[in-house]
Ligand binder design. Structure first.
Ligand SMILES: *[C@@H]1O[C@H](CO)[C@@H](O)[C@H](O)[C@H]1NC(C)=O
Ligand SMILES: *[C@@H]1O[C@H](CO)[C@@H](O)[C@H](O)[C@H]1NC(C)=O
Ligand SMILES: *[C@@H]1O[C@H](CO)[C@@H](O)[C@H](O)[C@H]1NC(C)=O
Ligand SMILES: *[C@@H]1O[C@H](CO)[C@@H](O)[C@H](O)[C@H]1NC(C)=O
Length: 352
């Protein structure tokens, strides 16, 4: 009797908890349920010996053991990214004075390109309790809030990645400090009056002004809702160097294999001059042995060469000389599942 009572009580509590949780601002998985973090890898249209749709993608979160091919397409109304962003689009959170949001992209949808902003793309949405930070590599994305979710055709040909992490409100105070270094182009944003005291710099960025910087780069540990550690490395345009070689490889004390968008004639070669080396990935092997060339991949990520170091970073910057003069950053994780998923994608890199 007592067991019966306690198990039905448990069910009621679980039900109440889920109802509450599902209204909390959070990264959302493929089914629309809240998750601590997820990563998607949108595959390029041109693979070796195969032409794909350009809208198919692989999905990863802590509940799956490796990359899952999504049954959805990135340009439709179902899937993790749209489920996450619909909290802004459908929930009309962009009109709310109890939540903060920012859409940023150096190349925003429709609007002209303006020089001087950081080479960084993403979305912030949070309230006094929690929210998400989605960082991604997709140009002209996401769409203006009143237009609803749209995936740009310019984001179809090349590979792209997106990392979403759910954080407590307090972590956004740190994320806001990182944003100052990134100097993102906020093309739609709102920092309501009630948040001004906590987030003065975010409000300045939202108004289009540039808050002053204490130095030229900054590193900060961030902890997700579930306590997973992420390390945010950000540099301003005043730190003139390749972020991977000059800073992150040395700071992590790890040789890095880097996948980034390198246009012919602009690429920084693999570099073994400093104690820790940075080497360019040239070809990716997807689960199931399909290969594609980095040439068709606009994503920006790196993994440690050695599994002892077990580090994976996703970010904003390419290994190209012009990007040394741009603001941008990387979010790194030591999660073994994420490391294994990315490390096994490396098919060929240029050593030195
Ligand atoms: C998604 O993209 C594919 C490939 O370009 C296209 O065939 C399809 O019509 C698009 N679907 C939507 C809903 O836009
Ligand atoms: C927020 O909006 C609500 C409803 O429009 C309004 O009643 C409230 O005073 C607003 N709060 C602040 C702090 O502006
Ligand atoms: C987003 O920005 C665009 C371009 O400036 C503007 O047309 C649109 O009204 C903005 N939307 C919101 C909700 O601020
Ligand atoms: C390697 O990278 C460092 C840091 O960016 C740079 O100073 C050095 O010139 C590079 N070496 C070569 C051979 O490109």
């Amino acid at each position: 009797m007592a067991t019966h009572f306690s198990s039905s009580l448990q069910i009621i509590i679980m039900f109440l908890c889920c109802t509450v949780c599902s209204t909390d601002i959070s990264c959302r998985n493929e089914a629309g349920e809240p998750v601590d973090w997820f990563i998607i890898y949108k595959l390029p249209r041109y693979k070796i010996g195969e032409v794909g749709s350009g809208v198919d993608y692989m999905y990863l979160d802590s509940s799956v053991w490796s990359w899952q091919m999504s049954k959805f397409m990135v340009n439709t109304s179902q899937g993790a990214i749209v489920n996450t962003l619909n909290q802004l689009y459908m929930g009309k959170a962009y009109k709310s004075n109890s939540s903060v949001y920012a859409l940023y992209n150096d190349g925003p949808p429709i609007l002209d390109y303006i020089q001087g902003y950081g080479h960084t793309k993403g979305v912030l949405l949070f309230d006094r309790s929690q929210g998400f930070w989605l960082s991604h590599s997709i140009p002209h994305f996401p769409s203006f809030p009143e237009r609803g979710y749209l995936y740009p055709s310019s984001g179809k040909v090349n590979g792209q990645t997106a990392l979403c992490v759910t954080y407590h409100y307090e972590q956004f105070l740190q994320i806001a400090k990182q944003m100052v270094y990134l100097y993102p182009r906020f093309y739609n944003c709102s920092v309501p009056a009630a948040f001004l005291a906590d987030l003065p710099q975010l409000a300045q960025l939202c108004e289009g002004s540039k808050p002053p910087l204490a130095s030229d780069k900054r590193v900060e540990q961030l902890f997700s809702m579930q306590g997973e550690k992420f390390v945010s490395f950000v540099k301003s345009e005043r730190y003139v160097d390749d972020i991977y070689t000059g800073w992150v490889a040395q700071a992590l004390d790890a040789d890095l294999l880097v996948e980034s968008w390198q246009r012919q004639g602009h690429e920084l070669p693999s570099n073994c001059s400093l104690p820790k080396h940075t080497m360019n990935i040239k070809r990716i092997r997807l689960p199931g042995s399909v290969l594609f060339q980095s040439h068709y991949d606009h994503s920006k990520w790196c993994v440690s060469r050695a599994s002892e170091d077990q580090v994976t970073c996703l970010g904003d910057l390419n290994r190209e000389s012009a990007q040394m003069w741009r603001g941008g950053g990387l979010v790194c994780t030591f999660n073994p599942l994420i490391y294994k998923a990315f490390r096994q994608l490396v098919d060929w890199y240029i050593g030195c």
